[in-house]
Design a protein around this ligand. Sequence first.
Ligand code: GLN
Length: 535
Amino acid sequence: MKDTKYIFVTGGVTSSLGKGIIAASLGKLLQARGFRVTNQKLDPYINIDPGTLNPYEHGECYVTVDGHEADLDLGHYERFLNAPTHRANNITTGRIYQNVINKERRGDYLGKTVQIIPHITDEIKRNIKQLGSKGEYEFVITELGGTVGDIESLPYIEAVRQLKWELGNKCLIIHLTYVPYLAAAKELKTKPTQHSVKALQEQGVQADILVLRTEHNISMDIRKKVALFCNVEQSAVMQSIDVPTIYRVPMNMQLEKLDEVVLSKMGFDLAKTPDADMGKWISFVEKLENAKDEIRIGLVGKYTQLPDAYKSIIESLIHASAYNDHKLKLELILSDKITDENVAKKLGGLAGIIVAPGFGERGMEGKFSALRYARENNMPCLGICMGMQTMSIEFARNVLGYADANSTEIDDTTTHNIVDIMDEQKDVLNLGGSMRLGAYKCKLKKHSKAHEIYGKDHISERHRHRFEFNNEYKEEFEKAGMICSGMNDESNLVEIIELKSHKWFIGVQFHPEYSSTVVNPHPLFISFIQAAIQK
Ligand code: GLN
């Protein structure tokens, strides 16, 4: 639609300033004023998508409902805006080049020399405008990954320069920088910000709004100075100060008038624009901040050295704990280090555990020890994806008595392959590449715990895996008390298992963590925390 407004969020000085949080906070504030908003992330790396990136390097791989393996910032967007993102919300340099090269091979460029400008920049612009083209959104907020000055970001900044020229005040640039505090001099320093704004200017882009990340309050004098040096109005220089929870950021940015400044710069009459209704959001943040009782949960996984690898699970636990008026005390437990001998010591003081997703063999044995401990000690336990797969293997080994039970992913010589690639699954894989990705339907068994938790017969949840529960063992599992309470009927695949005679022991083949949001915490996490709270 021609009236869609495009806002860009760039970053300078250092990485990890929280551009995604600022972009999502602005999205939230505009949405709370009744606008239709979506957030987009442009990633400067050459991978086609983050699907093949090691979680240690890039944190979690997020998955959209339409099966796109995406940057974890899309998780922030969904948690903040309570609205799904899609494939078009995340583009990488790899994808841009792939599209351009495919066009070149098809002869679309009619013999022209294919160059960064205009062909790569045109493809970037097409991908940005695509989100606004259907009239679905009034604002498209696009976050540019990386830091100004990086070689990789140059084509993106150039595309933004061209768009600003084309779209005038329907386009706005927010630049996020860092203002360090020098303890010895007792001073906040703005020089890095000035240099960063200059680096943008050298590339032809003038920032409209500056957001200064800081650990200390930034005075009016400093703001005035930054405004003067950077060609930005003083009211458009704002701070984003460190906060104990990222969920405070939208409220702080509202105090800084980020939404007001954006709207007035883009030609809106503030007197005629509704105020932001942040009621539900604020009550969540207050619950989160005022909770006194702690709930100690263990997250058993193999990437625990980098909590970002489990971003969505951790945020889902935070949502559900706040919902239940508890403060989450999370312990990240490296599964490689758990053994039958030390498991009681490692898990003994916890109120519940999550057994995390993951690929490959490392850390599997520790997951079995943790699961056995939780199962035998009536400790609430949620197994997610590989967590559910290990849950079923542990059950087969220690309850059904199949000592060699395993997954064919780990051991393809076993005679008891509890987790396998199923024939039914092969059809799905042939259609969709090498993994079951994105949202699939699941039917819940009446009178099961899962049915009680969701309160409905049919659900849809997101997947990211190759292997499945082996249906050959379904009957035997159910006879022994492990119920298959969620099924994908179309492909006859087990989606949820639960132990009948246990306080709360549920494994899900899908990833509920991708769809927990601030105003809609996920029912499985809510119920898991409730069970953990009960003594
Ligand atoms: N390794 C498993 C599979 O591919 C699980 C993957 C996951 O936990 N996301 O089936």
